[in-house]
Design a protein. Structure first.
Length: 205
């Protein structure tokens, strides 16, 4: 009980200390705590704590003003310019492989084999098929994705780009930048795009 009391007092002191800091100081203090408590292990290096310009701009506290329209457009433009489409011009792979990628969340953790392919873990945030009844709701349902939007080449390009880097379309999206950050390979992104776009995919049934 004594240890609990000490912990509560320490926590209260930390909160009180932060209350006297500026937003910049709070951020710097938070980064300092993360760097002191996070140790590099395997493929999980300390550079994971480094933010690029977009991440820094999107890391806003409740006290910060919301992004302006100009800031959102700047993010969209910079990320759209960084999109890399397949050199062979083919945007669709195998939807069956895409379903496997959507089902697995392995990869990029210190305990994962860095030589093995990563998963997309798409079901953690989205509904995709009727067959899978366990899915997250952080993101919108993608069931009937192409059946609703159409199977055009432009829509295929949009779907590929959205998986590659969602911030090219939605500033500060919480969806991972799978291609931009090298989480999924080009072929894997093609396969996930096929899962969304192929008429034969269970997504569109």
């Amino acid at each position: 009980m004594k240890n609990v009391h000490i912990t509560v007092l320490a926590g209260a002191a930390l909160v009180a200390g932060c209350a006297t800091m500026s937003d910049t100081q709070v951020r710097e203090h938070a980064v300092e705590i993360m760097r002191s408590s996070f140790a590099a292990r395997g493929q999980a290096k300390l550079d994971r704590l480094d933010q690029d310009d977009v991440q820094a701009l999107c890391s806003r506290t409740p006290q910060d003003p919301p992004l302006t329209k100009a800031e959102e457009e700047k993010i969209n433009a910079s990320q759209k310019a960084a999109l890399r489409y397949p050199a062979d011009g083919k945007l669709l792979g195998d939807w069956r492989a895409g379903e496997k990628i959507a089902q697995t969340g392995v990869g990029k953790q210190f305990s994962d084999d860095p030589k093995a392919p990563s998963g997309g873990n798409c079901y953690a945030c989205h509904q995709l098929t009727k067959e899978e009844i366990s899915y997250g709701t952080i993101g919108p349902s993608l069931y009937n994705f192409a059946k609703i939007r159409g199977y055009s080449e432009d829509m295929q390009k949009y779907a590929y780009g959205k998986v590659y880097n969602p911030q090219a379309y939605t500033a500060c999206s919480s969806m991972p930048r799978f291609g931009h950050n090298g989480i999924l390979t080009e072929q894997q992104i093609k396969d996930v795009t096929a899962l969304l776009m192929d008429p034969s995919s269970p997504v569109n049934k």
